[in-house]
Structure formats: structure tokens, C-alpha cells
Design a protein around this ligand. Structure first.
Ligand code: NAD
Length: 497
């Protein structure tokens, strides 16, 4: 029998000037399914010359695109919304294959993506400026918003579909051109999305896609024609991108890592709190910047919550996110699994009790997957390094506080400030928490306080570098320059006509 040749591995291309373009990159990476270990594709790591081509094409497309009326600029977004709806399952399947999260989680992230497209369709209203007649006798003043030029976003692996949409729809609807650099670990989702974008009738050069790693990011940061950079990823890289963008005179918004706390008061509805906190801590295998990773219990909640969360977490079904009934998928790479397991060991060494141990997980049929089962560390000491380490895996730490003062002081000491939540049935405790908790996103009886597309999204402290957030009205501010015009027209002149 003639041996059947293995199918050639899919080699990804970049989308530059409206064309899928073979990359001359010398470096390539395998894209690997984290549940099966299967190689899905090879992704090029673009160099500065290739990034330059994308920026020049985006710069060339800008003058005509900015002159296109806002009403016409949003028409491709209406088409995109329909295409995303029609292909939701296909996109979600790709997300699960390259990222590992469950199919349901993948669909949910695309719903959030679509919401941003819908909100950006309101640009003809949202982009308006304001004016005032007679700021002095016969003199009028107006503020108009203008697009800024070529913009770029650099995004992480954990939401291959959603995060690009915090930026792309607003950038182009306001009249800018836009370049996306997805995570080299999960480039397939955006490849598919850009194939849909191609069908929307956007002029060439308005949106581009460059695959790559550090060299591509540095080239975007240094290119004089890139005016604005949006970044989402880990704190050290966010800080680096923010500094280098600022040194090059660019506008920048850089979201970093997180260590999110939830305070559980004894008066909380314990079954509801348990369900929601379990979803928050272990959903997406804990690889969410809004995942709860430390639960601070007060009073008798120490025992009631500890028992109920351990029970709930132990029942979660772990496996390939495409398989029926699976509730939690793998972490992204074998290195990530190793790191998460070593941090569990560190917590144990520094005095925490491993209440539920997810190390050495073996999932039948998926021996090559990067699985870590839900893990709970009880009584993590205040001195433990884990208190300031983003684990980014399915690990929940439990700590106990005497009262709200203690608990809030614990949150205050954290280097991060992405999200903080409270579970209670007391309105005054909730108000105090909302008022004092040191984080950019607050949840009251909510586990993942992800703002809707029409609200701004960003953390505080080391979770965010910049001032204008993603989404909503902040996105309009970020993607436009404000121009103020003061006008006087002499009466004599107007009388001539
Ligand atoms: P990462 O920082 O490793 O990578 C993010 C992006 O930066 C990728 O596109 C990557 O190619 C690029 N990059 C990596 N190293 C670089 C370097 N040395 N120089 C320039 N660019 C570089 O992050 P990740 O592992 O992909 O994502 C997980 C992290 O993202 C977590 O820390 C998580 O908390 C954070 N995150 C934050 C938010 C938020 O809104 N605050 C949202 C999602 C994820």
C-alpha cells in the first residue's frame, strides 16, 4: 500500500495592504493545541521590515479613510457583526483548539467581542464634539474630534477572540487605520476573523494583521508613523511597552497582570457565592485577568466557604474543551503547567495547606495535554510570596481576616488592582467596599466584574499603565485628537454677499 503523506503543516501568512502575504520571516513557531499536544500550524515571527510594510500600507490608506463619512465607515462593522454571528461556532471551535478553554467559554468571549462592534457602530453620535457661540462678542468656539492616524494593538493569548475587539472597531470607526499583532501562541482565531473582515468591503490597508513576537512589537513601538499603541499582557511587558511607546512620543494604554481578591462575609448567600467564585477562579483554567485568585473570608465564612468551595471545585470536570460536559480545559503550555505546579509547591513550603491538589493531573485520552486540576490552598500566610504572584492557573488561595478593616488593608497591600469583589447581603458593607476597595473593577456579588462594551475597562496599580481605558467613551478619546477652533467673521465681510 502506498503510504499516505502527512498533510503539510499550515503556514500562516500576514494580512498587509488587503492581501494575505507570505512571510519572509526566518523564525517560525509551532501553534500547539494545549489539550492534545497536536501541532495546528506554524506562525511566522515578523521582523521590522515586514512590520514596516504593514505600517506604510496603513499610513497610505489613512487620508482617504479619514475623509470617508462616519456613517459610511460603520457600514463594514454592521457587516462584520452579521459575519461574526453567522460564524460564531467556527470561531469558538478555533479558540478552544488553540487556547484550551471550553467551547462555551469561547462562545461567551465572542459575545463580548460582538458587543464592542455594536457599540462602535454608534460612532456618528459618539464622535461628535461640542461648540459654544459668543465665547466673546461675535466669536464662536468649537471642539472637533479627528482621527489620529496609524494605530496598533498587541494582545495576549488568553482571549484570542475578544481582546482585539476592545480596540479594532473603535479605531477604524473613528477614522484611523489599525494593525493587530496577536499572540504568537494563538494566531489562528484572528486569522479567521480577518478572513471575515476581508468580506466587509473595508478598503485595503485599513486593517492589517502581523504575526510575530518581540521583534514585531519593538518595530511597532519604534515606527514613527504609528501614533498609538494598545497593549494587553503581563505586567513586566506592559510596563516595557508603555515606557518605549512614551519615549517615542506615542499615545499608549497598557493593561498588565492581576491578582484579584474576593471578600466573603458571613452574611453572604453561601451557595450563590460558592458557585460564582468557583466559576471565577477556575473558569478558563484561571487564565483570566479577572479571575478571582484569593478569597478573603471573614468570621464564620472561613469554615462555611472553605468547605463549600472545596466541594464545588473537586466536582469540576476537566478535559478537552471540545468534549461534552467538560467545565475546565488545560493551561496554555507545558511550561505554564510546570510553573503553576511549582507555585503550588512554593505555597505549601511557605506554610499553606493544600486543601485540593490539582498537580499531576492525568486526563484519559489526553496524556499530552497541559492539565492542572482545580487547586485550593488554605491559610496562605501573609508572608508567602504567592500573595503578590500572579499564578495564572486554576489555583485559589484562601486567607482569613478578622473584619472588613483587615480585609481591605490586605487588598491595599497588593501590587495589583485589576478587580476586587465582595459577597454579602449587607448594603452598607457593599457601599463601603465600593467606596474603598483599591481596584479598577468592582464586583458586588459578582465574580468576574467584566464591564460591558459601553463602559471603560482597565485596572489600577500594576494592572494598568496609561490613563484612557479600553472600550466605550474612553476608546473614542484614545483614538481621536481634540482640535479646538475659535472663529470670528467680520460683519463687513458678510455684508458683501
Ligand atoms: P505576555 O505579556 O507574555 O504577551 C502579551 C503580548 O506581548 C503578546 O502579543 C506577545 O507576543 C508580546 N510579548 C511577549 N514578550 C514580549 C517582549 N519581551 N517584548 C515585546 N512584546 C512581547 O502575556 P500572555 O502570557 O500572552 O498573557 C497573559 C497575561 O496577560 C497575564 O499576565 C494576564 O493577567 C494579562 N492579561 C491582562 C488583561 C487585562 O485586561 N489587564 C487581560 C488579559 C490578559
Amino acid at each position: 500500500m502506498t503510504p499516505v503523506a502527512a498533510p503539510p503543516t499550515l503556514r500562516l501568512t500576514n494580512f498587509i495592504n488587503g492581501q494575505w502575504t507570505d512571510s519572509p520571516a526566518r523564525e517560525w513557531r509551532d501553534v500547539i493545541n494545549p489539550a492534545t499536544g497536536e501541532v495546528l500550524a506554524q506562525v511566522p515571527l515578523a521582523d521590522a521590515a515586514e512590520v514596516n510594510q504593514a505600517v506604510e500600507a496603513a499610513a497610505a490608506a489613512f487620508p482617504e479613510w479619514r475623509r470617508t463619512p462616519p456613517e459610511d465607515r460603520i457600514q463594514p462593522l454592521f457587516k462584520l457583526k452579521m459575519l461574526l454571528e453567522d460564524h460564531l461556532d467556527d470561531i469558538a471551535r478555533i479558540i478552544t483548539q488553540e487556547n484550551g478553554k471550553t467551547f462555551t467559554e469561547a462562545k461567551a468571549e465572542m459575545r463580548r467581542a460582538i458587543e464592542n462592534v455594536e457599540v462602535a457602530c454608534g460612532i456618528p453620535m459618539m464622535m461628535q464634539g461640542y461648540n459654544l457661540e459668543d465665547v466673546a462678542r461675535g466669536i464662536d468656539e468649537m471642539m472637533i474630534r479627528q482621527p489620529i492616524g496609524v494605530t496598533a494593538a498587541i494582545v495576549p493569548f488568553n482571549f484570542p477572540g475578544m481582546i482585539a475587539f476592545w480596540y479594532l472597531p473603535y479605531a477604524i470607526a473613528t477614522g484611523n487605520t489599525f494593525i493587530l499583532k496577536p499572540s504568537e501562541r494563538v494566531p489562528l482565531t484572528m486569522r479567521y476573523v480577518y478572513e471575515l473582515l476581508e468580506k466587509t468591503g473595508l478598503p485595503k490597508g485599513v486593517v492589517s494583521l502581523i504575526n510575530g513576537g518581540k521583534a514585531a512589537v519593538d518595530a511597532l513601538l519604534d515606527h514613527p508613523k504609528v501614533r498609538a499603541i494598545s497593549f494587553v499582557g503581563s505586567t513586566p511587558i506592559a510596563k516595557y511597552v508603555y515606557s518605549r511607546a512614551a519615549a517615542n512620543g506615542k499615545r499608549a494604554q497598557c493593561q498588565g497582570g492581576a491578582k484579584n481578591h474576593v471578600i466573603v462575609l458571613p452574611d453572604a448567600d453561601m451557595p450563590m457565592a460558592t458557585q460564582i467564585i468557583s466559576d471565577s477562579a477556575f473558569g478558563c483554567a484561571g487564565q483570566r485577568c479577572l479571575a478571582v485568585s484569593v478569597a478573603v473570608t471573614i468570621g464564620e465564612a472561613q469554615k462555611t466557604f472553605r468547605d463549600s468551595i472545596a466541594d464545588a471545585a473537586s466536582k469540576l470536570k476537566v478535559g478537552n474543551g471540545l468534549d461534552k460536559d467538560v467545565q475546565m480545559g488545560p493551561v496554555i503550555t507545558p511550561q505554564s503547567k510546570e510553573r503553576v505546579e511549582s507555585l503550588i509547591a512554593l505555597g505549601e513550603k511557605q506554610g499553606a495547606k493544600v486543601l485540593l491538589d490539582g498537580r499531576n493531573s492525568k486526563i484519559p485520552k489526553y496524556e499530552s495535554g497541559n492539565f492542572v486540576n482545580p487547586t485550593i490552598l488554605d491559610n496562605v500566610p501573609a508572608t508567602s510570596d504567592l500573595n503578590d504572584t500572579e499564578i495564572f492557573g486554576p489555583v485559589l488561595s484562601l486567607v482569613h481576616a478578622n473584619d472588613m478593616d483587615d480585609a481591605l488593608a490586605f487588598l491595599e497591600r497588593s501590587a495589583y488592582g485589576n478587580q476586587a469583589s465582595l459577597f454579602t447581603s449587607s448594603g452598607s458593607a457593599a457601599r463601603r467596599f465600593r467606596y474603598e476597595a483599591p481596584a479598577g473593577n468592582i464586583g458586588i456579588n459578582i465574580g468576574v466584574a467584566a464591564p460591558m462594551a459601553y463602559f471603560p475597562f482597565s485596572g489600577w496599580k500594576n494592572s494598568f499603565f496609561g490613563d484612557l481605558h479600553g472600550q466605550g467613551r474612553d476608546a473614542i478619546e484614545f483614538y481621536t485628537d481634540k482640535k479646538v477652533v475659535v472663529e470670528r467673521w467680520a460683519k463687513e465681510h458678510s455684508r458683501k454677499f
